[in-house]
Design a protein around this ligand. Structure first.
Ligand SMILES: Nc1ncnc2c1ncn2[C@@H]1O[C@H](COP(=O)(O)OP(=O)(O)OP(=O)(O)O)[C@@H](O)[C@H]1O
Ligand SMILES: [Mg+2]
Length: 310
């Protein structure tokens, strides 16, 4: 079974697509079969970063039922072992998928024949974004050192927990009472996942323990992109500590990716960055990241979301 990594983070422009493309390239050059999927529906651009300029098939063929098997929409790139499923030709309203379509895509992703499947997730906290992120075995949050990026990442993490919590509470085993708690609000403001668990704890401690256990199973990774030399080198570790203090799961900081002006040049040239600029700190950082992801694949049990999506 493929190991599925979701690459997200809430903030637009943090480098999710850049990291997805280059990570995929590095893993493929190590002989791993990698399928990249552009799940930034309505704003897809992953094909450009892997120099796949005129894709002939893609997710639209799966959604319009021209093909039954999602793997048939994975197009070979010029790089051996690297495949792409683009969403370039999905209709303009693909950003608002029906629930059944989303479920169908998530189920099919789980069946893909590959060593790694990397999901390029769009910005924001729509249900599509959150559900695609939760469909992975491993969630990578890409953030930059800017405070706005850190703030948006924290919001994204909270939204992920809230979504997961609500999916668990929708199951039959949960009582009306527990479900009601999740729908309560503080003066019209949706409660945080921690508040919800606290409230369930007061009324149904056994079920609250179960909820905590389920949330604890999520394992998330943090990657600090566009890191510059004057920025605190331990910023990522500090964010990791804060996340581990305030959320349930284990957060692991996987490293900094150096900022490099030539990233933009490689995108303008429509070339894969690590191929065009192999002797840069950014490429070295991306290679270390790929090694850590391969290593964590072994130590990490699947966290794939098994609940019904609504
Ligand atoms: N390490 C880096 N060094 C320098 N520039 C970078 C780096 N990573 C990304 N960028 C710049 O940031 C821009 C945005 O990157 P990218 O498109 O990967 O972000 P994104 O998170 O996928 O954005 P969106 O949310 O819009 O999909 C790129 O065009 C590139 O110029
Ligand atoms: Mg992107």
């Amino acid at each position: 079974m493929a190991h599925i990594c979701a690459i997200g983070g809430g903030k637009g422009g943090s480098g999710k697509t850049f990291i997805c493309a280059n990570l995929g390239f590095i893993l493929a050059t190590h002989g791993k079969k990698v399928i990249l999927i552009d799940l930034d529906l309505g704003a897809s651009n992953l094909h450009t970063l892997v120099a796949q300029h005129h894709p002939k098939t893609g997710l639209h063929h799966f959604l319009n039922k021209s093909v039954k098997d999602l793997s048939l929409t994975a197009e070979a790139t010029d790089v051996r072992c690297l495949f792409l499923i683009t969403s370039l030709r999905c209709s303009l309203d693909a950003g608002n998928l029906f629930y059944a379509q989303k479920q169908k895509i998530i189920r099919a992703i789980g069946q893909l024949p590959a060593d790694f499947v990397l999901l390029d997730i769009g910005a924001g906290t729509t249900y599509n974004t959150l559900d695609f992120f939760l469909a992975a075995d491993q969630g990578l949050f890409i953030l930059t050192p800017e405070p706005t990026s850190i703030q948006n990442t924290v919001q994204f993490i909270k939204a992920i927990y809230l979504r997961k919590l609500k999916l668990i509470l929708k199951q039959d085993a949960f009582t009306i009472l527990a479900k009601e708690v999740a729908n309560e609000s503080n003066d019209g403001v949706v409660m945080s996942p921690l508040d919800i668990v606290d409230r369930v704890m007061k009324r149904e401690p056994e079920r609250a323990k179960y909820l905590e256990g389920e949330l604890n199973k999520l394992t998330f990774r943090l990657i600090l992109n566009q890191h510059r030399s004057h920025i605190d080198t331990h910023l990522g570790q500090k964010i990791e500590k804060v996340c581990n203090r305030h959320f349930y799961s284990q957060f692991k900081f996987l490293g900094n990716i150096a900022h490099n002006e030539r990233v933009s040049d490689s995108i303008i040239a429509k070339k894969i960055f690590v191929l065009k600029y192999p002797y840069t700190a950014t490429t070295t950082d991306l290679k270390s990241l790929a090694n850590r992801i391969v290593a964590t694949r072994i130590e990490q049990p699947a966290i794939r979301e098994e609940y019904a999506y609504v």
